[in-house]
Design a binder for this molecule. Structure first.
Ligand SMILES: Nc1ncnc2c1ncn2[C@@H]1O[C@H](COP(=O)(O)OP(=O)(O)OP(=O)(O)O)[C@@H](O)[C@H]1O
Length: 226
């Protein structure tokens, strides 16, 4: 599904690369990404939906090249940002979920039914007509996730999706992710979130330094941080 070949990336105006010599193929269902602040995790995540195009090398998702076929890639890859405010685009909760659906061509009636279902499953139904920006931080994070999942992406990339959530809602996100049929790439500093994942990548100083089973990857990350 995801093929990253010979990728290095340096942001404009920066002396040091954010990612160096990355080669990885990811077919598993649940992929965790862990590592120190500034190690290149978010850059990796942004490469997967074409928000960042690599300075060198290629990134393919479902066969589509993120540099050449950005539009196709963005249709297929759902992205949840750390900061939900950057993702909420419409005034009310229901309108925000409907927005992505209408953009994907769903009729008004079909979108309304899907919005209703999605808000119920995320415990946001009572807030349907409330101003999205007045929700609590955690509710906004759930809304951002709900809006992305409503569009049924083939790949879901989540950049620290539980930073603002309390224990119950973190668990709700973890359970939701566990039950999703599509491939998920999840970046996190909450190591317990990835313990049941199929594969966990560890980044350090712009390089992928380990790629393996969760237990082993978490151990290596802890050793790097010691
Ligand atoms: N838009 C940008 N412009 C310039 N430099 C950037 C940009 N985004 C990230 N960087 C730099 O790239 C490097 C890797 O950052 P990145 O955000 O990928 O790390 P991260 O592992 O996600 O960090 P964190 O855990 O703190 O979110 C850092 O040195 C950072 O300063």
């Amino acid at each position: 599904m995801i093929e990253v070949t010979g990728v290095s990336h340096t942001y404009p105006g920066r002396d040091h690369p954010a990612l160096v010599d990355l080669d990885v193929r990811l077919d598993e269902h649940r992929i965790g990404v862990i590592g120190a602040n500034g190690s290149g995790k978010s850059t990796f995540a942004r490469l997967l939906n074409g928000l960042v195009v690599p300075s060198h090398g290629t990134v393919r998702v479902g066969g589509w090249d993120t540099t050449r076929d950005g539009r196709e890639v963005r249709k297929r890859v759902g992205f949840c940002f750390t900061d939900p405010d950057s993702q909420i685009v419409m005034p009310t909760v229901a309108e925000d979920v409907a927005f992505g659906l209408r953009r994907r061509g769903l009729s008004k009636a079909d979108a309304a039914t899907r919005v209703d279902d999605v808000l119920r499953s995320y415990g946001l139904h009572a807030h349907a007509d409330h101003a999205a920006h007045r929700l609590s931080g955690g509710q906004k994070q759930l809304l951002a996730l709900a809006s992305v999942l409503a569009t049924e992406p083939e790949l879901l990339v989540m950049d620290e999706p539980t930073t603002l959530l309390d224990l119950r809602n973190s668990r709700m996100v973890a359970d939701t992710v566990a039950a999703l049929p599509q491939q998920v790439v999840l970046l996190t500093h909450h190591l317990e979130l990835v313990t049941e994942f199929d594969r966990v990548l560890v980044f350090d100083r712009a390089r992928l330094v380990h790629d393996g089973q969760p237990k082993e990857s978490v151990k290596i990350y802890r050793e790097l941080m010691a």
